[in-house]
Ligand binder design. Sequence first.
Ligand SMILES: C[S@@+](CC[C@H](N)C(=O)[O-])C[C@H]1O[C@@H](n2cnc3c(N)ncnc32)[C@H](O)[C@@H]1O
Length: 192
Amino acid sequence: MKVPDSGMPEEAYWNSLFNIPAIVDWLDLKHIAGPVVEIGCGYGAFTVPVAKETPFMVHAFDIEPSMIERAEEHIRREGIENARFHLKDVVDHGTALEPESAGLVLLFNILHFDERRVLLEEAARILNRGGRIAIIHWRKDIETPRGPEIKSRPDKGMILNSIEGLDLRFDSDCRIIEPYHWGMKLVKGKKS
Ligand SMILES: C[S@@+](CC[C@H](N)C(=O)[O-])C[C@H]1O[C@@H](n2cnc3c(N)ncnc32)[C@H](O)[C@@H]1O
């Protein structure tokens, strides 16, 4: 199942809607312990800078061949070797990555659908203990130039409801990421 969207706008415009360096900084890539998995990579706006900043492999998934092609082209042009692309419907089929094999899962601008738990469950399955999920989405508190309708945009409460019973907990980091996004992190494993 493709997560509903209103179509990706032109790439340069899409990229202008984020403070990409601030978001990559927020990921704190120096402290991750394993490969990065990005579900719904789109144009690769985050795949490229993340792959540049981590020595680990970046596995980027998308359901759209045209998105995979574009993102792969950016990676090739930059001479980046630690990224692999997977054309896959992750909602219906998962990632097929090994359990407990990832250090960080990115769920960026993709959790605006009722079955979001499916992706959180898959992320929990593939994460190492102590591994993190980073979520960003469009803010609900302001008008934004793009993004799904306000009522389907997730917020922290909706995400926490969706992880009930999973081996995930809130990582005490939830913030506005100017101009139009907010972010939160989850960590795998119960507090000891
Ligand atoms: C709104 S875009 C966000 C792209 C990227 N994460 C970003 O923030 O720049 C959502 C992406 O998720 C992909 N997508 C939607 N449903 C998917 C699914 N079931 N499995 C994998 N990718 C999916 C879309 O093709 C699209 O590229």
